[in-house]
Design a protein around this ligand. Structure first.
Ligand SMILES: NC(=O)c1ccc[n+]([C@@H]2O[C@H](COP(=O)([O-])OP(=O)(O)OC[C@H]3O[C@@H](n4cnc5c(N)ncnc54)[C@H](O)[C@@H]3O)[C@@H](O)[C@H]2O)c1
Length: 254
Protein backbone atom coordinates (compact mmCIF):
# COMPACT_ATOMS: atom_id res chain seq x y z
CA UNK A 1 0.00 0.00 0.00
CA UNK A 2 1.40 3.41 -1.01
CA UNK A 3 0.58 6.69 0.72
CA UNK A 4 -0.88 7.99 -2.56
CA UNK A 5 -2.85 4.99 -3.79
CA UNK A 6 -5.84 6.28 -5.76
CA UNK A 7 -4.57 9.87 -5.69
CA UNK A 8 -3.62 12.15 -8.56
CA UNK A 9 -0.57 14.42 -8.42
CA UNK A 10 0.16 17.27 -10.84
CA UNK A 11 3.85 18.22 -11.09
CA UNK A 12 4.97 21.21 -13.17
CA UNK A 13 8.41 21.24 -14.76
CA UNK A 14 8.51 17.47 -14.34
CA UNK A 15 10.52 16.93 -17.53
CA UNK A 16 13.87 17.12 -15.73
CA UNK A 17 15.71 17.46 -12.44
CA UNK A 18 13.76 17.65 -9.19
CA UNK A 19 10.40 17.45 -10.98
CA UNK A 20 11.31 14.22 -12.75
CA UNK A 21 12.59 12.59 -9.53
CA UNK A 22 9.43 13.75 -7.78
CA UNK A 23 7.25 12.15 -10.48
CA UNK A 24 9.05 8.85 -9.87
CA UNK A 25 8.83 9.23 -6.07
CA UNK A 26 5.09 10.00 -6.02
CA UNK A 27 4.44 7.14 -8.46
CA UNK A 28 6.35 4.71 -6.21
CA UNK A 29 3.86 5.66 -3.47
CA UNK A 30 0.94 4.76 -5.73
CA UNK A 31 0.02 8.15 -7.21
CA UNK A 32 -1.05 8.69 -10.81
CA UNK A 33 1.17 11.52 -12.02
CA UNK A 34 0.30 14.30 -14.47
CA UNK A 35 3.55 15.60 -15.97
CA UNK A 36 3.09 19.29 -16.88
CA UNK A 37 6.14 20.44 -18.80
CA UNK A 38 6.81 23.02 -21.50
CA UNK A 39 9.10 20.66 -23.44
CA UNK A 40 6.84 17.96 -24.86
CA UNK A 41 9.62 15.42 -25.50
CA UNK A 42 10.91 15.69 -21.94
CA UNK A 43 7.37 15.41 -20.58
CA UNK A 44 6.82 12.19 -22.47
CA UNK A 45 10.23 10.84 -21.36
CA UNK A 46 9.33 11.35 -17.70
CA UNK A 47 5.91 9.74 -18.15
CA UNK A 48 7.58 6.80 -19.89
CA UNK A 49 10.16 6.42 -17.07
CA UNK A 50 7.32 6.27 -14.55
CA UNK A 51 5.44 3.69 -16.60
CA UNK A 52 8.61 1.59 -17.04
CA UNK A 53 8.95 1.60 -13.24
CA UNK A 54 5.42 0.19 -12.99
CA UNK A 55 3.62 3.45 -12.22
CA UNK A 56 0.96 5.56 -13.90
CA UNK A 57 1.82 8.85 -15.60
CA UNK A 58 0.57 10.94 -18.50
CA UNK A 59 2.37 13.87 -20.15
CA UNK A 60 0.49 17.14 -20.56
CA UNK A 61 2.75 19.57 -22.48
CA UNK A 62 2.08 23.04 -21.11
CA UNK A 63 3.80 26.40 -20.61
CA UNK A 64 2.92 27.48 -17.06
CA UNK A 65 3.23 31.14 -18.11
CA UNK A 66 0.25 30.82 -20.46
CA UNK A 67 -3.15 30.97 -18.77
CA UNK A 68 -5.01 29.35 -21.67
CA UNK A 69 -2.56 26.43 -21.94
CA UNK A 70 -2.71 25.93 -18.18
CA UNK A 71 -6.54 25.86 -18.11
CA UNK A 72 -6.59 23.39 -21.01
CA UNK A 73 -3.94 21.13 -19.45
CA UNK A 74 -5.66 21.02 -16.05
CA UNK A 75 -9.04 20.34 -17.70
CA UNK A 76 -7.38 17.47 -19.59
CA UNK A 77 -5.89 16.09 -16.33
CA UNK A 78 -9.28 16.24 -14.63
CA UNK A 79 -10.93 14.53 -17.59
CA UNK A 80 -8.26 11.80 -17.74
CA UNK A 81 -8.00 11.07 -14.01
CA UNK A 82 -11.25 12.46 -12.56
CA UNK A 83 -9.61 14.21 -9.60
CA UNK A 84 -6.55 16.21 -8.48
CA UNK A 85 -5.26 15.67 -4.93
CA UNK A 86 -1.79 17.22 -5.01
CA UNK A 87 -0.15 20.05 -6.94
CA UNK A 88 3.63 20.48 -6.92
CA UNK A 89 4.43 23.89 -8.43
CA UNK A 90 8.00 22.95 -9.27
CA UNK A 91 8.65 24.63 -12.65
CA UNK A 92 11.27 27.32 -12.37
CA UNK A 93 14.10 29.00 -14.17
CA UNK A 94 16.78 31.59 -13.50
CA UNK A 95 18.73 34.20 -15.40
CA UNK A 96 21.77 36.05 -13.99
CA UNK A 97 22.04 39.79 -13.43
CA UNK A 98 21.68 42.67 -11.00
CA UNK A 99 18.85 45.16 -11.49
CA UNK A 100 20.94 47.17 -13.96
CA UNK A 101 22.47 44.35 -15.99
CA UNK A 102 19.50 41.95 -16.19
CA UNK A 103 17.50 42.43 -19.38
CA UNK A 104 13.81 43.22 -19.08
CA UNK A 105 13.09 40.03 -21.04
CA UNK A 106 15.10 37.93 -18.57
CA UNK A 107 13.45 39.66 -15.59
CA UNK A 108 10.00 38.91 -17.03
CA UNK A 109 10.94 35.32 -17.88
CA UNK A 110 12.11 34.55 -14.33
CA UNK A 111 9.12 36.23 -12.67
CA UNK A 112 6.71 34.64 -15.14
CA UNK A 113 7.88 31.02 -14.83
CA UNK A 114 8.42 31.02 -11.06
CA UNK A 115 5.67 33.33 -9.80
CA UNK A 116 3.03 33.79 -12.50
CA UNK A 117 3.26 30.05 -13.28
CA UNK A 118 2.66 29.15 -9.63
CA UNK A 119 -0.31 31.54 -9.57
CA UNK A 120 -1.84 30.32 -12.84
CA UNK A 121 -1.55 26.59 -12.13
CA UNK A 122 -2.81 27.02 -8.55
CA UNK A 123 -5.74 29.06 -9.84
CA UNK A 124 -6.66 26.27 -12.26
CA UNK A 125 -6.15 23.36 -9.83
CA UNK A 126 -7.61 24.70 -6.56
CA UNK A 127 -11.28 24.47 -7.65
CA UNK A 128 -10.68 20.76 -8.37
CA UNK A 129 -9.26 20.22 -4.88
CA UNK A 130 -12.00 22.23 -3.20
CA UNK A 131 -14.60 20.08 -5.00
CA UNK A 132 -12.94 17.00 -3.43
CA UNK A 133 -12.96 18.63 0.02
CA UNK A 134 -9.20 19.05 0.28
CA UNK A 135 -5.73 18.52 -1.07
CA UNK A 136 -2.13 19.66 -0.80
CA UNK A 137 -0.08 22.21 -2.71
CA UNK A 138 3.71 22.38 -2.58
CA UNK A 139 5.32 25.53 -3.97
CA UNK A 140 8.97 25.53 -4.99
CA UNK A 141 10.96 28.30 -3.36
CA UNK A 142 14.72 28.38 -2.85
CA UNK A 143 17.25 29.51 -0.27
CA UNK A 144 17.50 32.37 -2.81
CA UNK A 145 13.99 33.37 -1.73
CA UNK A 146 15.08 33.66 1.90
CA UNK A 147 18.44 35.39 1.45
CA UNK A 148 20.17 37.16 -1.41
CA UNK A 149 22.92 36.17 -3.79
CA UNK A 150 24.99 38.33 -6.13
CA UNK A 151 23.57 38.90 -9.63
CA UNK A 152 20.39 36.94 -8.91
CA UNK A 153 18.00 39.90 -8.64
CA UNK A 154 15.09 38.42 -10.59
CA UNK A 155 15.38 34.95 -9.03
CA UNK A 156 15.76 36.37 -5.49
CA UNK A 157 12.63 38.48 -6.02
CA UNK A 158 10.59 35.70 -7.64
CA UNK A 159 11.38 33.05 -5.04
CA UNK A 160 10.78 35.44 -2.12
CA UNK A 161 7.36 36.14 -3.64
CA UNK A 162 6.65 32.41 -3.90
CA UNK A 163 7.51 31.99 -0.20
CA UNK A 164 4.99 34.63 0.84
CA UNK A 165 2.37 33.58 -1.72
CA UNK A 166 2.52 30.19 0.03
CA UNK A 167 1.49 31.80 3.33
CA UNK A 168 -1.31 33.69 1.64
CA UNK A 169 -2.63 30.52 -0.02
CA UNK A 170 -2.36 28.55 3.25
CA UNK A 171 -4.51 31.13 5.03
CA UNK A 172 -7.09 31.35 2.24
CA UNK A 173 -7.51 27.62 1.55
CA UNK A 174 -6.60 25.92 4.85
CA UNK A 175 -10.17 26.43 6.16
CA UNK A 176 -11.38 24.50 3.09
CA UNK A 177 -9.04 21.55 3.57
CA UNK A 178 -6.15 22.46 1.29
CA UNK A 179 -2.71 22.62 2.90
CA UNK A 180 -0.10 24.79 1.16
CA UNK A 181 3.60 24.60 1.95
CA UNK A 182 6.88 25.71 0.40
CA UNK A 183 10.20 23.92 -0.10
CA UNK A 184 13.41 25.96 -0.18
CA UNK A 185 16.32 23.86 -1.42
CA UNK A 186 19.97 24.82 -1.37
CA UNK A 187 22.06 23.83 -4.37
CA UNK A 188 20.77 20.56 -5.83
CA UNK A 189 22.87 18.54 -8.28
CA UNK A 190 20.35 18.14 -11.08
CA UNK A 191 21.79 17.29 -14.51
CA UNK A 192 21.46 20.97 -15.54
CA UNK A 193 23.21 22.23 -12.40
CA UNK A 194 25.99 19.66 -12.72
CA UNK A 195 26.58 20.83 -16.31
CA UNK A 196 26.56 24.50 -15.30
CA UNK A 197 28.92 24.35 -12.29
CA UNK A 198 32.61 23.56 -12.59
CA UNK A 199 34.13 20.92 -10.31
CA UNK A 200 35.84 23.74 -8.46
CA UNK A 201 32.66 25.69 -7.71
CA UNK A 202 30.90 22.48 -6.66
CA UNK A 203 33.72 21.78 -4.22
CA UNK A 204 33.40 25.34 -2.85
CA UNK A 205 29.67 24.75 -2.31
CA UNK A 206 30.38 21.47 -0.53
CA UNK A 207 32.93 23.18 1.70
CA UNK A 208 30.40 25.74 2.99
CA UNK A 209 27.63 23.17 3.46
CA UNK A 210 27.70 21.58 6.96
CA UNK A 211 26.63 18.19 5.57
CA UNK A 212 29.59 18.34 3.16
CA UNK A 213 27.68 17.71 -0.05
CA UNK A 214 25.27 19.44 -2.39
CA UNK A 215 21.68 18.17 -2.54
CA UNK A 216 20.38 15.33 -4.66
CA UNK A 217 17.07 15.61 -6.54
CA UNK A 218 15.80 12.71 -4.41
CA UNK A 219 16.42 14.74 -1.21
CA UNK A 220 13.84 17.24 -2.41
CA UNK A 221 11.46 14.70 -3.97
CA UNK A 222 11.15 12.82 -0.66
CA UNK A 223 10.39 16.08 1.14
CA UNK A 224 7.69 16.94 -1.39
CA UNK A 225 6.14 13.49 -0.95
CA UNK A 226 6.16 13.90 2.85
CA UNK A 227 4.62 17.39 2.78
CA UNK A 228 1.89 16.23 0.39
CA UNK A 229 1.13 13.09 2.42
CA UNK A 230 -1.26 12.58 5.32
CA UNK A 231 1.85 12.25 7.53
CA UNK A 232 2.05 16.06 7.25
CA UNK A 233 -1.67 16.56 8.02
CA UNK A 234 -1.06 19.45 10.48
CA UNK A 235 1.64 21.23 8.45
CA UNK A 236 0.28 24.27 6.62
CA UNK A 237 1.79 27.60 5.52
CA UNK A 238 5.31 26.43 6.32
CA UNK A 239 8.57 26.93 4.47
CA UNK A 240 10.90 23.95 4.81
CA UNK A 241 14.55 24.54 4.04
CA UNK A 242 16.47 21.55 2.64
CA UNK A 243 20.03 22.78 2.20
CA UNK A 244 22.35 20.53 4.21
CA UNK A 245 22.64 23.30 6.81
CA UNK A 246 23.89 26.00 4.42
CA UNK A 247 21.62 28.69 5.91
CA UNK A 248 22.44 27.77 9.49
CA UNK A 249 25.56 29.96 9.28
CA UNK A 250 25.52 33.69 10.01
CA UNK A 251 28.36 34.12 7.53
CA UNK A 252 30.42 36.12 10.06
CA UNK A 253 34.14 35.69 9.30
CA UNK A 254 35.11 34.35 12.74
N1 LIG B 1 18.58 22.72 -8.72
C1 LIG B 1 18.78 23.60 -7.73
O1 LIG B 1 19.90 23.80 -7.23
C2 LIG B 1 17.60 24.34 -7.15
C3 LIG B 1 17.78 25.01 -5.93
C4 LIG B 1 16.70 25.70 -5.39
C5 LIG B 1 15.49 25.72 -6.03
N2 LIG B 1 15.35 25.07 -7.23
C6 LIG B 1 14.05 25.14 -7.88
O2 LIG B 1 13.56 23.83 -8.07
C7 LIG B 1 12.77 23.78 -9.26
C8 LIG B 1 13.27 22.69 -10.19
O3 LIG B 1 14.63 22.96 -10.42
P1 LIG B 1 15.56 21.97 -11.27
O4 LIG B 1 16.94 22.30 -10.87
O5 LIG B 1 15.04 20.60 -11.18
O6 LIG B 1 15.32 22.59 -12.73
P2 LIG B 1 15.55 21.93 -14.19
O7 LIG B 1 15.95 23.07 -15.06
O8 LIG B 1 16.41 20.73 -14.12
O9 LIG B 1 14.07 21.48 -14.57
C9 LIG B 1 13.05 22.43 -14.66
C10 LIG B 1 12.03 21.94 -15.65
O10 LIG B 1 11.01 22.95 -15.75
C11 LIG B 1 10.67 23.09 -17.11
N3 LIG B 1 10.12 24.43 -17.36
C12 LIG B 1 10.81 25.59 -17.50
N4 LIG B 1 9.97 26.58 -17.82
C13 LIG B 1 8.73 26.04 -17.89
C14 LIG B 1 7.45 26.56 -18.20
N5 LIG B 1 7.31 27.85 -18.55
N6 LIG B 1 6.39 25.73 -18.17
C15 LIG B 1 6.54 24.42 -17.86
N7 LIG B 1 7.73 23.86 -17.58
C16 LIG B 1 8.81 24.67 -17.58
C17 LIG B 1 11.99 22.89 -17.85
O11 LIG B 1 11.78 22.58 -19.23
C18 LIG B 1 12.61 21.76 -17.06
O12 LIG B 1 12.25 20.49 -17.59
C19 LIG B 1 12.82 25.19 -9.85
O13 LIG B 1 11.71 25.94 -9.41
C20 LIG B 1 14.10 25.76 -9.26
O14 LIG B 1 14.08 27.16 -9.22
C21 LIG B 1 16.37 24.37 -7.80
Amino acid sequence: MGRFDGRVVVITGAGAGIGRDSALAFAREGAAVAVLEVRAVRAEQTAELVRQAGGTAVAFPCDVRDGVQVEQAIAAVAERFGRIDVLFNNAGTTRPGDVVSVSIEDWDMVLDVNLRGTFLVSRAVLPQMLALGGGAVINMGSVDGLAGDARMAAYNAAKAAVVNLTRSMAIDFGPRGVRVNCICPGLVGTPAVLRMFSDESRQRMQAVTPLGRIGRPGDIASLAVFLASDDAAYINGTTVVADGGLMARTGMPI
